[in-house]
Design a binder for this molecule. Structure first.
Ligand code: UD1
Length: 430
């Protein structure tokens, strides 16, 4: 059995890391003959957006890199498709596994759905690979989001659908996806977070941000947290807010972007605000002439007046960001993944969007929707800073074992297909 895993952009890497590990566990156990081919589309390509995640999460070097790079949605999607098709025909995997909702996800699913393996292929028992989608059924109902288009279409094309939260089951049934294709398994990104949480304490990010302490663990020790057998018992809360911002709807329009930055400056009068800035956002800061808000990006001193200060820094690697996220008073973000990670960590999150495709982070978790109006951002941020922390309930099966469930269901399905094909050698299974 040969499984091809696709990863393209930053939020994909933490989702595949635990799946790669689960496959490697099966390979080591030797019970099943399972080959893995890792394809990086190159949608994200630089050290800070890609390479550092492979290092931090011990993901093996990709077998194939399509090196598509950045461009418009159409060109990027088309380039992935053009470069992926020959790879698929060469490798002929039994299954192509895609995660999340980025352009690489839809591009590879679309290619896999239409490809036809040559009939003389004796490697795969299938006429085309099984399309496996991880993180299905999330819906924002906001069709201005490229991700909504990507996720709805990918779900529709998939043969095996792995759901992360209860709303996903409801949406897929309402859309008429056959029940036999759908499996509720939990969240592979949370698997990765739980696995690396202790390791992240060794991050030196606090020192690099100007604290005296060598690692996150030293800083926590210094603020007097209880420790037991080398493990932090209570998640220590340190007085800072952590921000991420990159959605086109938030940063492409100068008025909206400026309003959000104004709100963040107000927040920084209460607590320091640390803002690792996504490359898309850096581009918009320059384009809209908003450099005064983010002077630290240029290495200049921030403007100090009666207003607060945004500590703008470069994008961080996985372990540094996890360390900062774990101990922040509050996250302010427009990311989808961070809404889930803060729920898993029990850290308050203010989402700078009008909607979320991840409602479990509100019903069970720590998430509040603020939209992009500066006043409501400030109101929700203040509430998160002042109100006693709500304990988050763990969403069903966010227990660190989602990837094992996925791999075991996938193996069973591929074995069943092979059995079927050996009974009917002339007509291969679709
Ligand atoms: C993509 C995903 C989005 C995800 C985000 C996480 C789609 C439609 N969007 O958006 O869902 O939340 O990734 O980051 O797939 N750039 C670099 N270095 C890189 C990659 C990008 O500098 O390694 C810059 C380029 O200038 C590029 C810009 O960032 O134009 C945006 O990158 P792109 O992949 O087009 O989209 P994201 O905004 O990152």
């Amino acid at each position: 059995m040969k499984i091809m895993l696709i990863a393209g952009a930053r939020p994909n890497f933490m989702k595949i890391a635990s799946i790669v590990e689960a496959i490697q566990d099966v390979q080591r156990a030797g019970k099943h003959k399972l080959d893995m081919v890792l394809v990086h589309t190159g949608q994200h390509y630089d050290e800070k957006m890609s390479k550092t995640f492979f290092k931090d999460l011990s993901i093996p070097e990709p077998n194939i890199n399509l090196e598509v790079g950045s461009s418009s949605h159409a060109v990027q999607t088309a380039e992935v498709m053009k470069r992926f098709e020959p790879v698929l025909l060469q490798e002929r995997p039994d299954a192509v596994l895609v995660v999340g909702d980025v352009n690489s996800t839809i591009a590879c699913s679309l290619v896999a759905s239409k490809v036809a393996y040559p009939t003389d292929s004796n490697y795969s028992s299938l006429a085309r690979p099984l399309i496996v989608h991880v993180e299905v059924g999330l819906r924002s109902d906001d069709w201005t989001m490229p991700e909504e288009i990507n996720r709805v279409l990918t779900d529709r094309l998939s043969d095996l659908l792995f759901v992360t939260e209860p709303s996903g089951m409801k949406h897929l049934r309402a859309e008429g996806i056959p029940k036999t294709r759908i499996h509720y398994v939990g969240n592979t990104m949370v698997d990765t977070l739980l696995r690396h949480r202790q390791h992240a304490l060794e991050s030196t990010i606090f020192k690099r941000l100007g604290h005296d302490h060598a690692t996150g663990a030293d800083l926590l020790h210094a603020v007097g947290k209880r420790r037991s057998q080398g493990h932090v018992v209570d998640a220590a809360v340190l007085p800072y807010a952590l921000v991420t911002l990159h959605r086109p709807s938030n940063v492409d329009d100068p008025e909206t972007f400026k309003g959000i930055l104004d709100a963040l400056i107000q927040v920084s009068r209460h607590v320091p605000v640390i803002f690792p800035v996504h490359p898309r956002t850096v581009g918009r800061v320059k384009e809209h002439g908003l450099g005064d808000y983010c002077r630290t990006l240029e290495g200049s001193e921030p403007v100090t007046n009666d207003k607060g200060i945004l500590h703008c820094i470069e994008p961080l690697g996985y372990l540094d960001f996890l360390c900062l996220m774990s101990h922040a008073r509050v996250l302010l973000t427009d990311s989808g993944g961070i809404q889930e990670e803060t729920t898993a960590l029990g850290v308050p999150c203010v989402t700078l969007r009008k909607n979320t495709e991840r409602p479990v982070t509100i019903t069970h978790g720590t998430n509040r929707l603020a939209g992009t109006n500066p006043r409501s951002i400030l109101r929700e941020a203040r509430a998160s800073l002042t109100v006693k922390r709500k304990r988050s309930r763990t969403p069903p099966l966010w227990d660190g074992n989602a990837a094992q469930r996925i791999v075991s269901i996938l193996i069973k399905r591929l074995q069943a297909n092979k059995k079927l094909a050996s009974r009917q050698p002339s007509s291969r299974v679709r």
